[in-house]
Design a protein around this ligand. Structure first.
Ligand code: GDP
Length: 297
């Protein structure tokens, strides 16, 4: 976790340093507030939250003074508010029968990698896991998942290339029930050429699973480097399935940590996990305090 935090500080530190440098100017004039806005927008915080934050900072710093110490404390508090530490970020895995976790997102976002990493975390918590390779359109996805599965001793249910994703998902859940595992993780395809197609496919996957068991979590995997475009995708997915949590990948490669705030606002669901690299250990629960501290260096 310490290593992950260090990596986060490496990629996100520029934002915090930029904000702190602006707030430690001798005079907080209009230029400063504009520059602050620009910095936040560039980091993908989004227009609404940016306006809110700058407004609050203006008021508070006028009242509470503008020394570097005060500015830092106020900024930390307000950034934390923006990330919303009150959201429940745990995975909902408890209950009868295997907990089914559906993992969705566009191709390339890091879905399959995240499914593998999540499996590893669950195994390390002594849970039994099964993975369903319902991304049947990308041949490599099934291979990728099998490789992760072999590494961690997790079984993978797959179908032939091009087979019906819903039938693979169904079989995976059936096998999960039969083997009485704790969690069934279902990878899905993320072709986004049109919403109707996606709606049909994902909707069917979910319906078919729910003939056997409720879906406890729908995790949307989002690439932090895709900015506003990623938000548009997120909206489309959330219209198709009830997203319960976000996995934000590639935060290691993006200085735009503000996307955490933007996507939570957009979907009204918490970022639960973050991806900080390509390796099996590079996944961490999202910790608002740690995140803000990494920002501020
Ligand atoms: P999918 O199409 O959504 O299943 O995407 P993949 O899981 O195949 O991932 C696409 C690429 O992103 C691969 O090269 C992954 O190694 C890489 N990737 C996934 N998550 C992360 C992450 O958190 N950080 C970095 N740097 N790369 C990642």
């Amino acid at each position: 976790l310490v290593r992950l935090r260090a990596r986060l500080a490496g990629s996100q530190g520029a934002l915090g340093r930029g904000l702190l440098a602006l707030l430690s100017r001798d005079r907080l004039d209009e230029d400063t507030w504009e520059a602050l806005e620009d910095t936040l927008l560039t980091a993908d915080v989004g227009v609404g939250p940016t306006t809110e934050l700058v407004g609050t900072l203006r008021t508070r710093l006028r009242v509470e003074g503008t020394g570097a110490g005060e500015a830092r404390a106020v900024l930390r508090e307000e950034l934390l508010n923006l990330v919303d530490p009150s959201m429940d970020r745990s995975l909902n895995l408890d209950g009868d029968g295997p907990a089914v976790v559906l993992v969705v997102g566009v191709n390339g976002a890091g879905k399959t990698t995240s499914v593998g990493k999540i499996a590893r975390v669950l195994v390390s918590e002594d849970r039994t896991v099964l993975m369903g390779a319902a991304d049947t359109f990308r041949a490599a996805a099934t291979e990728q998942l099998s490789t992760w599965g072999q590494r961690f001793g997790v079984d993978v249910v797959a179908g032939p290339e091009g087979s019906d994703p819903a039938s693979v998902a169904f079989e995976a859940v059936r096998a999960g029930v039969e083997k009485d595992v704790d969690v069934v993780l279902v990878d899905t395809a993320g072709r986004l050429q049109n919403k109707a197609g996606l709606m049909d496919e994902l909707g069917k996957v979910k319906r078919v699973i729910e003939k056997q068991l409720p879906v406890r979590e729908v995790l949307l995997v989002l690439d932090a480097t895709t900015g506003q475009n990623g938000l548009v995708q997120a909206r489309v997915f959330s219209e198709v399935v009830d997203v319960t949590g976000i996995v934000l990948t590639k935060l290691d490669g993006s200085a735009k940590g503000g996307i955490v705030v933007a996507v939570q606002r957009e979907l009204g669901v918490p970022v639960k996990l973050v991806g900080l690299g390509e390796g099996p250990d590079d996944l961490a629960p999202f910790d608002p305090e740690g995140f803000v501290d990494a920002l501020l260096g």
